[in-house]
Design a protein around this ligand. Sequence first.
Ligand code: ADP
Length: 450
Amino acid sequence: MFQKILIANRGEIALRVLRACKELGIQTVVVHSTADADAMHVRLADESVCIGPPPSRDSYLNIHQIVAACEITGADAVHPGYGFLSENAKFADILAAHNITFIGPSGDHIRVMGDKIEAKRTAKRLGIPVVPGSEGAVTDEKEAKRVAAEIGYPVIIKASAGGGGRGMKVAHSEDDLEVALATARSEAGAAFGDDAVYIEKYLEKPRHIELQVFGDGAGKGVHFGERDCSLQRRHQKVWEEANSPALNTEARARIGGICANAVADLGYSGAGTVEFLYENGEFYFIEMNTRLQVEHPVTEAITGIDLVHEQIRVASGGGLSVTQDDIKFNGHAIECRINAEDARTFVPSPGTITHFHTPGGLGIRVDSGVYSGYRIPPYYDSLIGKLIVHGRNRVECMMRLRRALDEFVVDGINTTLPLFRDLVGNPDIANGDYDIHWLEKYLAAEAATH
Ligand code: ADP
């Protein structure tokens, strides 16, 4: 087992990882920017190293400084959290070259899944259902037209190097295709320095359902069921739940089995998430994230298994603590992402939190790095906390969520809490009846009436 883990992240996830390390009796080092000197993870860590000024590229993305911090403190492993360097293959390779363990998959697995065309090809080879579309990159209009005619309109043009919902264009007919192709390519080139794009069938009303998987790096793979992350705004997840209201036990076992076999075949090591669009009972792979997800706690709530413990065990060579048969799904869990943003306009709201009071009681978990008197710096994303609620079934979970939202107090800044208080009373949400466009439509309708 590791002696000392360096946590290369900030905010709630740095604290989340720190807690797991403490439980396992592992020493912790955190790195931070000058803007985060007062952060909770810095206060609770055994050691901390300031690695640079506020901009991420000079601190949390600065590989040299992080490797230097490992060497100074004698850390033998790095947990990257999510975002920042968590899916940076070069970072994984550099750590390996320094004999420091990257808590995550190999650089090569990160690289394959980071290139969407390559990822889709790999998924298909491993027996994972994919969205119908071009076999690889599409360069000219003639080929684009041929592929689109074959799969049928509407189609979506996506950047191979894409991420964060950028570089995607929908074409509803052949007339739109030329412009969509040219725009997608130039946007991809500008945003990612790689203008390779591919075409796939555009699904009109899918849900976003993702499978939590784990590989032990030695040919074993398991799945921890799915999460439904259909409630999104601008391709950003807002509310996540497990299990999905749309799946039954058989559907879960079938797609879970396919994904677990795929990570086993790959020889994959650590946590991963296989993301699908789901429509009319069919799954369509869109991408695989090779890291821990923001929404991992809903899976922990229904399985009772600490996924960060598992990541650390696997990375240290100790393998998984569970087999597929040990993983049972109990009840229902929902996560609300609480952002420091206005609940209607979504304008960021950095500043000082004058009062922070979190809900408690059975089935409630709050993962947050903030506290009363904490000043939210303006440089980073606006997630300040996650409320995760568990119940024996979805109805009990929703009752408890409503109560927890009423108890939650954050003063001094705007937060998205009021949005969740509205959502929890909405009949479509109560029925689990929503797709990936539901929230945008709801917000547009709300905006029109105010
Ligand atoms: P990114 O890595 O940029 O987030 P994804 O491939 O994960 O890109 O897609 C992001 C979102 O775009 C999906 O959650 C979905 O809302 C939409 N999307 C992607 N592909 C399709 C498709 N074939 N049909 C319909 N919507 C899609």
